[in-house]
Design a protein around this ligand. Structure first.
Ligand code: PGA
Length: 275
C-alpha cells in the first residue's frame, strides 16, 4: 500500500513541481490511479477534479482496473473543469456526456455526485458564479487532474487568462478549436465559447496533477514548468501552487532543461512521501 499523504506538504524539495518522467502514458496512468486509489481508501468521499481530453484517459483506464479489483469510488465527488457553451447536454461531445461516458460510468461514480459547469446559453450569465458557489459550499477539490493544451491552456483558460480568474465564460482560440475539431463532424461545429474553472479556481485545489504525453506537448510542458509565470501561458500557473505533480512520458520530456535532475529526485524520493 502507498504511504498515507500528509494533508499539507510542499512539492519535492520545495521545487516548482515534482516532475515524474515515465516510459509510457499507461505507466503514468497507473501511477496516478494508484495514488488516487490510496487516497480514496483512506477517505471514501474524496473529491476528484476531472478533466476531459485524451490526456487523462490512461488514468481513468487504470482507475477502472482498480475498481474491477475492488476499489469503491461510489462516494467520490467529482467536479469537471469546463464545458462548451450552447451544446445540448445530450450531445455526445458535451463535457456532460464525455464525463459520463469516460468517467462516471466506467468508474462507477454516483451521477448525483458528479458536477459539470452548466453550458446552457439561456442561463450562462450566472453559470460561473453558481459553479463557484457549489465548489465553495462543497469545500473544494482534493486532487485536480489537468491536461495542457498545445497553446498552454489549462481547463479552457486560454492564453491571456487572468491568473486570478474564477469560473466564467471564455472564447476558445482558433488553435483549441482546431485541436478539438477531431471530435466533431466538421471544424465549424466546435463551439466558439466555453465555461471553465478559472486559474484562481484551479489553484485552490489541494493537489494539482498535470499530465502531458507525446512529443507535441514537450515544448509547452517545459515552458509551463521551467519558463516564467505568465498569463500568456496559463499552464505556468502551477508554479504558484505548493503541491504539484507533473507526469510526462519520455516523448513529452525532451524539452526540459532539468530532466536529469527530475529523474534523480524521483529515484531518490523518500518512500513515505507519496505523490
Ligand atoms: P488533450 O487536450 O488531452 O486532448 O491533449 C488537453 C487540453 O486541451 O487541455
Amino acid at each position: 500500500r502507498d504511504p498515507p499523504m500528509r494533508s499539507v506538504r510542499r512539492s519535492s524539495e520545495g521545487a516548482v513541481a515534482e516532475v515524474v518522467i515515465v516510459e509510457h502514458p499507461d505507466v503514468g496512468g497507473e501511477l496516478v490511479a494508484r495514488h488516487i486509489a490510496s487516497r480514496v481508501r483512506a477517505q471514501p468521499d474524496f473529491t476528484l477534479g476531472v478533466a476531459t481530453g485524451s490526456t487523462p484517459l490512461p488514468v481513468y483506464a487504470a482507475l477502472a482496473r482498480e475498481c474491477a479489483a475492488g476499489l469503491d469510488l461510489s462516494r467520490v465527488v467529482a467536479f469537471a473543469l469546463d464545458e462548451y457553451v450552447g451544446l445540448p447536454r445530450q450531445h455526445p461531445e458535451s463535457y456532460h456526456s464525455v464525463i459520463q461516458r469516460e468517467v462516471t460510468e466506467p468508474l462507477g461514480l454516483d451521477p448525483s455526485l458528479v458536477r459539470v459547469p452548466d453550458g446552457d446559453e439561456a442561463t450562462i450569465a450566472t453559470a460561473g458564479e453558481r459553479y463557484e458557489a457549489e465548489l465553495t459550499a462543497h469545500g473544494g477539490v482534493d486532487l485536480q487532474l489537468l491536461g495542457i493544451g498545445t497553446d498552454g491552456h489549462v481547463g479552457f483558460n486560454e492564453p491571456g487568462s487572468s491568473l486570478a480568474s474564477l469560473t466564467r465564460i471564455k472564447t476558445l482560440t482558433a488553435s483549441t478549436r482546431a485541436d478539438n475539431a477531431r471530435f466533431f463532424d466538421a471544424p465549424e461545429q466546435v463551439p466558439t465559447h466555453c465555461i471553465t474553472q478559472g486559474i484562481g479556481t484551479i489553484l485552490r485545489a489541494r493537489h494539482l496533477v498535470l499530465l502531458a504525453f507525446g512529443a507535441g506537448k514537450a515544448d509547452v510542458i517545459a515552458a509551463a514548468v521551467e519558463g516564467p509565470v505568465t498569463a500568456t501561458l496559463p499552464g505556468s500557473c502551477i508554479q504558484l501552487h505548493a503541491h504539484v505533480t507533473v507526469v510526462v512520458d519520455e516523448a513529452a520530456a525532451t524539452s526540459f532543461e532539468r530532466a536529469s535532475y527530475y529523474r534523480w529526485v524521483y529515484e531518490h524520493k523518500p518512500a513515505w512521501q507519496g505523490l
